[in-house]
Design a protein. Structure first.
Length: 281
């Protein structure tokens, strides 16, 4: 087994946790790649993951999301070591770290698969942008306060036109993120489905809609509500990659062929994590 160590330098500021893990692996004769710093300024590269089977991600949920898609591409399973607040993705903290690493080496864990979605942007019938998302694809208004007009179609069939602040297309993993803040439902993260949640819709029909993972969801950006004011529309993928959108642009969300594989080291299930998280708030 060869381990890839990904560390957020803002969470492990003196790299003490990273160094502790490296020393432990040296002592046990475990092979590992040179640790990689992961933050808003940097991410893992293809050459970093060569020959690796498992990734240890030191940070929070944001750090995990930055590494997850790259690890999925190379079938690398991920274990999150939480260095911040209690997150939904990180499996364990630094307490009992050596025992966690011993169990990892011994293969005493299970794997949980999480779905990815692909968001494709079309302008005048031509694909101009495409990204994957583990959590969500969010379309928001920007600039001056304004209403965003958009239409939703599913599998080529028109569903509804909305006037709202935006819309969130979420995976089950992302259901406890922005989707939850916007009033969307919480979904067990290993499920396969696509959630569509309007943001502050100017309509009585402002509830989330859940679709099969195999469905194709298309959002078409409408004309400005006020032509004099115009509109600024932005799409974000997992809160990282973004693109400015124009009227008539189409965003098509589909299930990605790959999954992200998360290592489960303990018997704490999603409901227990959810209960602890909700009690914090």
């Amino acid at each position: 087994m060869k381990v890839l160590i990904c560390v957020n330098p803002y969470k492990d500021k003196d790299l003490s946790v990273c160094k502790k893990i490296c020393s432990f692996f040296d002592e046990k004769g475990v092979s590992y790649a040179k640790p990689v710093l992961v933050s808003k300024e940097a991410n893992i590269k293809d050459e970093d993951v060569e020959g690796c089977d498992v990734a240890l991600v030191l940070g929070g949920d944001g750090t995990l999301m930055r590494t997850a898609k790259k690890c999925s591409k190379y079938n690398i399973s991920i274990l999150g070591i939480n260095l911040g607040h209690l997150g939904f993705l990180a499996q364990t903290g630094t307490e009992g770290l050596e025992n966690t690493l011993l169990r990892l080496i011994a293969g005493e864990y299970t794997l949980e698969e999480r779905m990815l979605v692909t968001g494709s942007i079309f302008r005048n019938g031509e694909k101009i942008f495409e990204r994957e998302a583990l959590n969500d694809v969010c379309i928001n208004r920007g600039g001056q306060l304004q209403i965003l007009n958009y239409e939703i179609s599913v599998n080529g069939m028109f569903l509804k036109a909305y006037a709202a602040d935006g819309v969130i297309i979420s995976t089950p993993t992302g259901s406890t993120g922005y989707n939850l803040s916007a009033g969307g439902p919480i979904v067990e993260p290993s499920a396969d489905m696509i959630l569509v949640t309007p943001i502050a819709a100017h309509s009585f029909m402002n509830r989330s809609i859940l679709f099969k993972a195999e469905d194709s969801v298309k959002i078409t950006i409408g004309e400005p509500h006020d032509e004099e004011v115009g509109q600024t529309v932005i799409v974000h993928f997992d809160g990282f990659d973004k693109l400015d959108l124009l009227s008539k642009d189409e965003i098509v969300i589909t299930k990605n062929d790959r999954h992200v594989s998360f290592i489960q080291m303990n018997n704490i299930n999603f409901l227990e994590t959810l209960n602890r998280k909700l009690r914090e708030n």
